[in-house]
Design a protein around this ligand. Structure first.
Ligand code: SAM
Length: 214
């Protein structure tokens, strides 16, 4: 591992806004971690946390938790959130596959999945964050009526996600095949991470799905 990465790992180990596989989180997010009673919103695969930070700035009455397995990426978001003294955003380094170890049933109000890895090769489909490996976990931790927001530039992943939702009788509330050529009234959808900007520069269309479990 490079010295640069090692420095970032050392920094997140002591950062007050980054949790590394923390114990006793289930059912305790509002009281023990955010210290308020506001809704808990997750961003899964948050990378450098740009989306979580922007959502936190736009929605001061909600708590945001950015989750990623890569500590050096989380470090970037944690640094900005600390500099900006944002109290309503935290980061956690875990594998999303372990989600149920960290959240109680009905503890989460919304989930954002922004530009997840498409995991294109063969058997890796099951690693997609919208595969049936993960969807039952989201159902369990979301409140009744809670929803998932999904944004991608990747046409095959978008089609795969729609097909998976339909096969599993999960209700698609919104389906937008070209976000920036569709009138939208939700400012949260217009946040652009560096990753999204790169794809827009390449003339890719951004697709959006909103879904909920019945
Ligand atoms: C392509 S990046 C997108 C980052 C960010 N959402 C954005 O729009 O800039 C996907 C991220 O998902 C994370 N990721 C993928 N699978 C994961 C898993 N099972 N658990 C935790 N993080 C995961 C990767 O580490 C990576 O940072």
């Amino acid at each position: 591992m490079s010295r640069h990465k090692l420095r970032k790992f050392a920094a997140i180990a002591t950062a007050s806004n980054v949790l590394l596989s923390p114990p006793d989180t289930k059912g305790n997010w509002q009281k023990n971690f955010f210290k308020n009673t506001n809704p808990i919103i997750l961003e899964l695969g948050c990378g450098r946390g740009e989306y979580s930070i922007a959502l936190a700035r736009l929605n001061p009455d909600k708590n945001f938790l950015g989750i990623d397995i890569k500590g050096d990426r989380l470090w970037a978001g944690a640094k900005i959130a600390a500099q900006d003294k944002l109290k309503n955003v935290l980061f956690m380094r875990i594998d999303i596959y372990d989600l149920l170890n960290y959240f109680a049933e009905n503890e989460v109000t919304e989930i954002w999945i922004t530009f997840p890895d498409p995991f294109e090769r063969g058997t890796k489909y099951r690693l997609r964050l919208t595969s049936t490996r993960y969807l039952p976990m989201y159902k369990k931790i979301l409140i009744d009526g809670g929803c998932v927001h999904f944004k991608t530039d990747h046409t095959k992943l978008y089609e795969f996600t729609k097909a998976t939702l339909q096969e599993n009788k999960i209700e698609i509330l919104e389906d937008i095949a070209d976000l920036y050529n569709t009138p939208i009234d939700n400012i949260n959808l217009t946040i652009q991470t560096a990753f999204e900007k790169k794809h827009l520069e390449m003339q890719d269309t951004i697709k959006y799905l909103k879904f909920k479990f019945n």
